[in-house]
Design a protein around this ligand. Sequence first.
Ligand code: 1PR
Length: 569
Amino acid sequence: MQGSAQPSIRQLGVAAPCRSRRSLVCRAASGVKEVTLLDYGAGNVRSIRNAIKHCGWTIKDVKSAADITSADKLIFPGVGAFGAAMESLEQQGYTQALKEYIKADRPFFGICLGMQLLFDGSEENGGCEGLGLIPGQVTHFDKSKGLPVPHIGWNDLIQKHPSTLLSTVGDRRVYFVHSYHATPSPENAEWVLATAEYGGEFVAVVQRGNAYATQFHPEKSGAAGLDVLRSFLEPEVVAARPAPEATSNGRPRGLAKRVIACLDVRANDNGDLVVTKGDQYDVRETASTGEVRNLGKPVELAGRYFDEGADEVTFLNITGFRDFPLGDLPMLEVLRQASKGVFVPLTVGGGIREFTDGSGKHYSALQVAAEYFRSGADKVSIGSDAVYAAEEYLANGGKKAGGTAIEQISRVYGAQAVVVSIDPRRVYVAAPGDTEHLTVKTSKPGPNGEQYCWWQCTVMGGREGRDVDAVQLAKAVEDLGAGEILLNCIDNDGAGQGFDIELVDAVSSAVTIPVIASSGAGTPEHFSEVFQKTKAAAALAAGIFHRREVPITAVKEHLNSSGIPARTA
Ligand code: 1PR
C-alpha cells in the first residue's frame, strides 16, 4: 500500500490475476523506471507522456491485453467521450484485463475519464455502463446552478484522509477540465480520497490500495501535478520527504479565476517565427522600417510564463487564416517543444478550418486540429471559421448542419477542447432601432455622441467585418459545441486601458460556457475589475507580460487580496 490507511483490494480478499513474477523481479532489480501507458488512441496523450518523461521515467505502450496484465505500473489517461472509450476498450479486448489488474491491487493511475470509467456508468452519450469497480453514476454538472460548464480551471482539493499520493500537494490547486462528474456517496466513501467544490461536492481523487485515479490532470497541474505523478511513480521516495508548507494562508478558496498569457505568433519578414503584438491588431512597427514587431521566441516565452505562474498559455498563429497550418511546420514544432516543458494547458489557434492544398488534397478541420493535438495542444481555438459556421447556423434558423469544424472537433475531442476566438469591433448607433443587432447603452459614447453600441464580429484577424454580433456568435457556437469563448476586442487591443467591460458582460451573461476576457489589460486592477463586474472565468493578456510591465505574480496577488481566488503556487 502507498501510505494509505485504506485496506487494499488484496487485503479485502480479491485474488490477484496470474502474472509473471519474473518480469516484476527482473525490472525492479535492474532499476528500470518504466511505466505502462494505456493509450487506446482516442486523442492527445502527449502531455502525459511529456510529464512522465519529465519525471525521469520511460513509457511502454499497451499493445495487447497481455501488456496490461504484465505491467508494473499502469497509467490510464482517459480521453474523449465515455461511451466511445468503453467501446474502444471492449473492441481492443482490454476491459477484462483492466478490471482484473485493478481488482488485484496492482499500481494503477487513471486520469480524468480514466477515473470516471471506473464507476458503474455515466449519463454521457445517453447512458453507458462503466467498468463497475466504484459504486455510482457519472452525471453532467447542473447548468441551472449558474456556474459555467465545463468546469475548467484550478480548484482546491478537499482531502478526506492522508495518502502518499497527495502528501506533496499541500494546499496547491490542481487543474480540472470536465463537464461530467461523480458524486461522493456512502456507497463509494471507501474509495473517495478527495473531493472538490463546484456548485456541490464532486469526486476529485479516488484510491483503494494501489489503485488511484484523479478527475484533475496532474500533467497539466504545474509543479503540484508533477509531484502527484512522482508520488504514484516513486511512493517510497516521496513518503520520505517532509510535508510542504502551507502557501495559502487565508486566501480565497475554490475555483481560481485564470490568468492566461497569450503569444501572437507569426513569421517576420525574414521568415522567422516570432511572438509579436500590435495595437488594434496592427503588428508592424510604425517607424519607417514597417517591420513585424519582434517580442521574443515562442518556446522561450511560453517557458517563461509557465515559470512565472501563468494558468494557461495560448498561441495564436495570427496569419493562420491565409497559410495552410499543416504546411506550417515551425508552428507545430513550437508546440512540440513548448509542451515538453510547460505543464499547464496549451491552446493553439489560427487556421483551424478545412483546407484543400495545391495538389487537390483535402484536409478536414478535424484532421488539422488532430495534428495540433498530436503536437501538444490541449485545446484548439477557432476564429474565422467559427464566424462562417455561426452565419450558416443563424441562416438555418438555429439548425445544426453537423459538419462544421466546431461540431466535428467537439464530437471527437469533447467541448472542452474547442475554444472559439471572437475578434469584435464596436459599432456605435444613435438608437437601438438603427440596427437589427442587440445593442447596449454604453458608458463610453461614440465619436458623434452615440449612446448605443453593438460588437461586430470580424474574420481574417479583423480585416473583414461580418453581419453577426459577438453575442449572437457566442450563443451560436455554444450550441454548436464550443466549450469556451476567447473574447478579444479590437478597439482595446494593446491599449492598456482595461478590458471592454460592457462587451465581456454582454457575452458572459449570454452563455453558460466559460468566457476568457481579452484585450486591453494594463494593470492588475484591470483584472480585478473584469472579474468583479462580469462573469468572465479567465482573463488573458499579452503586451504587459511580454514587455515585463506587470508580472503575473503581481496580478495574482492583487486578485487574492481583492477577495478573488487566484492560483499563486
Ligand atoms: O481566424 O481561425 O485563423 O484565427 C486567427 C487568430 O489570430 C484569432 O484568434 C485572432 O484573434 C488572432 N489574430 C489575428 N490577427 C491578429 C492580430 O493581432 N493582427 N491577434 C490576431 C489577436 C488578440 C489577442 C491579444 C489580446 C491581448 N490578438 O490575442 O493577445 O488582445 O493583447 P493585450 O493584452 O496586449 O491588449 P483564424
